[in-house]
Design a binder for this molecule. Sequence first.
Ligand code: ADP
Ligand code: ZN
Length: 743
Amino acid sequence: MPFVGASARTVETEIRVPVLLPYRLPHVYDYAASPDLGLRPGDYVRVPLGRREAIGVVWDGNAAGGASGADRTGKRPIRLKPVAERLETPAMPAELRAFVEWVAGYTMSAPGLVLRMTMSAPEALRPVMPAMGLRRAADKPHGRLTAKRQRVLDCLEKSGNLPLARKALAKQAGVGEAVLRGLLETGLLEATPMAEAAASAPFGKAKAVTLSSAQQAAAEALEADLDRNAFAVSLLDGVTGSGKTEVYFEALDHAVRQGKQVLVLLPEIALSAQWLERFEERFGQRPAVWHSGLGRATRRHTFRQVAEGKASVVVGARSALFLPFPKLGFLVVDEEHDPSYKQEDGVIYQARDMAIVRAKLGKLPIVLASATPSIETLRNATGGRYRRLHLPDRHAGADLPSVRLIDLRRDPPPRGHWLSPILQNAIRETLEKGEQAMLFLNRRGYAPLTLCRRCGYRFQCPACTAWLIAHKQAGRLLCHHCGYSEPMPATCPACGVEDTLVACGPGVERLKEEAAALFPQARTAVMTSDTAANPAAAAAIVRRMQEGEIDLLIGTQIMAKGHHFPALTLVGVVDADLGLAGGDLRAGEHCYQMLHQLAGRAGREARPGAAYLQTHLPEMPVMQALARGERDAFLEAEARGREAEGMPPFGRLAALILSGTEAAAVERYARLLSRVAPAGGGVHVLGPAPAPLAMLRGRHRFRLLVKAASGVPIQRILHRWLDPSPPPAGVKLQIDIDPYSFL
Ligand code: ADP
Ligand code: ZN
C-alpha cells in the first residue's frame, strides 16, 4: 500500500517517508516525497544525507528501532529533505526487509549495516544504458555496394534484421569496424538499442538419474514440502558419497518447475568448479553464482537477474542470503557443519542459522546436508524440530575408507621429517598401483616458526600476537593474521650471526620437499590459498587431479571440500592433533568433521580407500571414533559434555571483544563493563581477560564471555547492560552472539 499523507498540518502536499540507509545509523530517517512518486516500502531511493547523497530503501512504518531521524512528535513543524529520485529497480521484497530487521536484532547490529549487505552491487540499482547494436535502416535505396558492405547487409538479413553488436557483426561479415562506420555514415545502417538478451534458457534438460530407494524417499519428502509451501527444516544426513547432492538436485528441479527461485549455499563457492560442472551436466545450464570474488559487471548482472526473478538457481557463499529474491522457494545449505558459515567480521552472523530464519520468514522448506552434522543440528533433528532424511550407504555400494591411526610416539618419522614409515609405505604402495594419494596439513608456507639457533630469537609479527610463518617459495616471513610480511633475512636480527636461523615444524611447502625426496618419480602439487588464490587456479589443480596428471596432492583444508577424485585411494593426515590445540568449545567436533570429510575423499568409486591419521593422542575419543567410524556415539558423548557444562546448544553464549590501540584504555573499559555486569537469572559473565590473540593488527584485545541458560533473552540483557556504557573514543566493542572463535 502506498504511504498515505501523514499529518497534513506539518507537511502540506508532501508525505513523510521513512528511509533506511546503509550506514551505522541508529534509526531510519524521514524524508519528504510527493505522493505522485507513489513510493512504497522496499523502493530504492536516492536521498540527500548531510552534504552527500545516499541510496537507501523506503522502510516500513515503525521499523528499525522505531525511532525516526526527524522529530515525530508533531510539536513543531520540520522541514524534511526531499527524496531526490526513485530508482528504477525492483523493490526490495518484504521478506528481505523483515530478514534485515531480524538479523540486526539478533546480532545486535545497526540495521543499516545489515541493509548494506543487501546492497553489495550498488551499480545494479541503477538502470543500465541499453547496449547499442546495428541494424539495416528501413527502406533506404542504395546503388552498387562494395563486396564488404554487401556482406554486412547479408549478415543482418540472415539474422532476421535484428540489431547485432558492432563487434559481432564485423566478425561475422569478416570486415573491419571502419566498414560499419562507413555504412552508418551513408545511412544504410542505424544504431539502435539491442533487444534485452533472452532470459536464461528454459530449465529442465535434466539428465535422467535413477535414485536409490533411500534417495527416492528423501527426495519425495522434500518435494512434498515444496508442494505444501510451508516452512520445514530437513537434515539430509548421509556418509560422504551417499548421493546427498543428487537428492537435493532432484528437489531443486521440482522447485524450479514450480516457478520458484532456489538458493544453494556452499562453504567454498569460489572453489566449487566441480559442483558447477555437475550441475551443468545434470540441468544443461549453469546456475547463477554469487560470492565476494566476482567482478563488478558479473555482480551487477547477477544481482539484477535475481531481483527480477530471472535467475532460478543461485549458488553462493553466505552473502547470497542477502540477495533480493522475489520468489525464493527453496533453500539448501550444503556441508551445514562447516565453520566457514560463521562470518567473523562486520556483522557477525552464522549463515546456516540465518538461512533457517530466512526460510521461516519466507515460509519455505530448507535442507541442511552433511555427512557430519553439527551437534546443534543433530540435537534439533533428534528433538523432532527438524526432519532427518538418512542415506546410510555410499552410492553403488562403494565402501567407506578404512581409517587407521598412526601413533607418532611409537612410529615416529625420522628426525627432521614428518611422514612416519607407515605412511611412507602406504603412499609408496598407492603410487605403485597407479592410484592417487593426498597429504593434508592445515598449515600454509614452509614452517610455522623460525628461530635463531644461537640466541633463541623468534620472528614475531609486529602487529599481532603471532609467530611469522616462513614461506620459502616467496622468500618471505608472513603473518597469517594480518598479512604483514618481510623478506627472509640471512642473519639473525638479534645476534647478527649468519646461518643460524632454523625452521621449526612443518608447513605444506616443507612437506612437498620431503615427498619429492621420498618419491622422486611422483608428480606432486600443492593446493593452498597461496597456489589456488582464485577460482580459476583452484579449478586448474582440481582438473589436473581429476585427469590423473597429479599423483600426490599436498594441501590445506581448501583441498578437503567436496571434490570427487575417482582414482584417489589414500589420504594421509600429517598432524591430526592440530585441530585440537587451543581447546575451544567445538574443537573435538570440528576435528572430527574435518578429518572425516578428508578421509571421505578416498575410495569414492570402485577402488577401496584408506585414510591414515598421524597422531600423538591415539587414545583420544575423537581419534577412536574416527578409527571405528562411530560418529553418533562420539557426537553424543560430546553433546553430553556440553550439556553438563551448560554450553551450546544446551545454553547460550555471547562474546564481547573489546579492542583499541591503547591497551590501558581497552582494559579500563573492560573493567568498567565487568563492574556493572549482569548477574543472576541464569546469566554469568566470565572475564575480562586478554584475548588469546592479545594483539591483532596493532589493536589490543580483551574478551568477556556471557554465558546464559537456554531460553534467556540474551540480546535484551546485553542491551540493558551495554547501552548505558558505550565504549569510550578509541575503543571498539564487538558483540558476537553464538561465538565460534575464541581467539
Ligand atoms: P554426497 O553429496 O553425499 O557426497 P554425491 O551426490 O556427490 O554424494 O554422490 C556421490 C557420487 O555418486 C557422485 O559421483 C554422484 O554422481 C553419484 N551418484 C549418487 N547418486 C546417484 C544415482 N542415483 N545415480 C547415479 N549416480 C549417482
Ligand atoms: Zn600480524
